[in-house]
Each structure stands twice: as C-alpha cells, then as structure tokens.
Design a protein. Structure first.
Length: 183
C-alpha cells in the first residue's frame, strides 16, 4: 500500500515543486526589475508604507524570503508532533506581537540603510538559490506537513500552513509590499 501511495504522490509532488520554482523565478525577475528601476534618490524616498523608505521596503521584501530558511525546519519538527504543540507555540508567538512588530520595523529600517541596491540584489540571489536547494530537499510525502502560525504577526499567515503554503508566503509577501513602493 505504501509503495502505491508513494508512486501516486511523486507526480503531484513534482508538479508542486515545478509550480513553486516558476513562481519563485517570476518573483525573482520582478524583484530585479524593481531594483533596476529604483534610482538612488528613489531608494531613499518615503514609500507608501509610513515610516519606511523604498529601500527599506525592498529589504523587508527580501527578508520575507530569508525567513523561509528558518521556518521550514520548524514545520518539519512541529509537523511530527501532535498539533496542540504548534498551536501553543503559535499562541505564545501571537502574545509577543508588539515586540515582533518593533523588531520587524527596526530590521527593515536597518537593512534598508545598510544594504544598497547592489548588495541587496546579491543577498536576494543568495537567498533565492538557497531556497531552490531547500525546495529540492522536500520529500514527496512532506508537502502536507504543516503547523499553526501566529496570525497577528502577519495577515498573510494562515492559522495553519503546510510546507507548500509556506513556500508561497514570501511570494505573497513580496506582492503585497511591491504595491507600497513610491514610484
């Protein structure tokens, strides 16, 4: 029975990986297009997100991809435990939302100041390549593995997300913040 299930899951899993690769590549192209169209003056200009410049938004968008490298191992661990464990963890993180919001804002402001377009482009590329390698490590039977998430941290988090949904998160995050750039 297991051999039959694995044989059936493999084509589905390959289709998931192919779609995610295509979505990541499309977002990568969009990101580099934005980097090339934002002038040095526009980099420092106020974005449509109060308190953040365009450069800070672009760093924050990149960070959405960077954080995935830490979230996937968490899903792999919590996905093996009974669901109440990740629910409790998520609830604890939700309680820390005010602290998270301050750290998130500080990180974007600092990252947008430290990274110029060239350095941010290189960081995005390293992160992108590492995500493709991470994607290749997902076994066919892992795609439905998931855990609960702190929905107060980010409205793009669903209460419960699988690995497939998690890989789509930075893409949605990117699209959401792309519209906040002041052109």
């Amino acid at each position: 029975m297991i051999a039959v299930w694995s044989a059936m899951a493999a084509p589905h899993a390959e289709a998931i990986k192919a779609r995610l690769r295509a979505e990541l590549e499309s977002t990568r192209a969009d990101f580099h297009g934005l980097l090339h169209t934002v002038s040095e003056e526009a980099w420092r200009r106020q974005s449509r997100n109060p308190g953040w410049t365009n450069g800070q938004i672009l760093f924050h968008m990149t960070f959405g991809f960077m954080i995935l490298r830490s979230l996937v191992p968490l899903v792999r661990v919590f996905g093996k435990l009974p669901q109440p464990y990740s629910k409790r963890f998520s609830n604890a993180l939700d309680v820390s939302t005010p602290l998270f919001n301050r750290v998130n804002a500080f990180g974007a402001r600092g990252g947008g100041t430290i990274f110029d377009r060239r350095r941010l482009g290189k960081r995005f590329e390293r992160t992108y390549r590492s995500l493709l390698r991470l994607l290749d490590t997902i076994r066919d039977d892992e795609w439905d593995t998931g855990m609960y998430y702190p929905t107060r941290w980010d409205p793009l988090f669903d209460e419960y997300m699988t690995l497939e949904e998690l890989f789509r998160y930075p893409i949605m995050h990117f699209r959401f913040h792309r519209d906040q750039l002041a052109r």
